[in-house]
Design a protein. Structure first.
Length: 205
């Protein structure tokens, strides 16, 4: 599964739990990354197979000048294959990191080229929406807050996105509970707001 709760949130924070404003560590952290068609183990296997395929023909030309000519082309092709696969890995290295505090939430997206984009908001006003239809993909998931709507986990498989949505919804409810415990009169408004998210296509952060 290409996502992991590095810091899972199984219980609601206490009313006096420190938040982002106090410089505390996140109470929940989620990492998401795309599938790879060729895993690292497969990469090693392909390079090893290519090396053997290059080396075996050279045995018939041991001691001759032809061996060096064949070796030059063979190992040059092997080096080029290594470079292209490694470049593909680095270009495809996408990591989304979701960090949650009782009073704050951040989502960052980084790639192998070092490009980063980020989104943050007061967690009390954040909502998670699952767009079953109408989005770029089925069960498209977005987070809304701070006047923005951003996508999360768009590269996950079809069965994984609904599962992620359920987990995000539960974690957000637990994380927001500190604020609600401090101000119980806001509980009714919070529960009502959970159903007030407008449908729309989220932006990739």
């Amino acid at each position: 599964m290409p996502y992991e709760w590095v810091t899972p949130l199984t219980d609601a924070p206490t009313p006096d739990a420190p938040g982002f404003a106090e410089g505390a560590e996140p109470i929940a952290q989620l990492h998401l990354w795309p599938y790879r068609s060729l895993p690292k183990r497969g990469f090693v296997f392909v390079i090893g197979l290519m090396f053997a395929a290059t080396l075996l023909p050279l045995l018939g030309f041991l001691g001759s000048v032809h061996m060096w000519i064949l070796a030059l082309f063979g190992f040059g092709a092997l080096a080029a294959l290594w470079w292209f696969i490694d470049r593909s890995y680095r270009d495809g290295e996408v990591l989304e990191e979701l960090s949650i505090w009782p009073d704050h939430i951040t989502l960052t997206r980084s790639t192998g080229r070092g490009v980063e984009a980020s989104w943050e908001a007061n967690i009390y006003w954040v909502t998670v929406t699952r767009h079953k239809t109408g989005g770029p993909i089925p069960d498209y998931i977005t987070l809304s807050g701070n006047s923005r709507e951003v996508e999360i986990g768009a590269f996950l498989s079809d069965p994984e996105r609904p599962q992620l949505y359920d987990e995000l919804e539960q974690v957000l409810v637990r994380a927001k509970s500190r604020h609600l415990q401090r101000q119980p009169t806001l509980l009714a408004a919070f529960l009502q707001r959970r159903g007030d998210v407008k449908f729309g296509k989220g932006a990739a952060i």
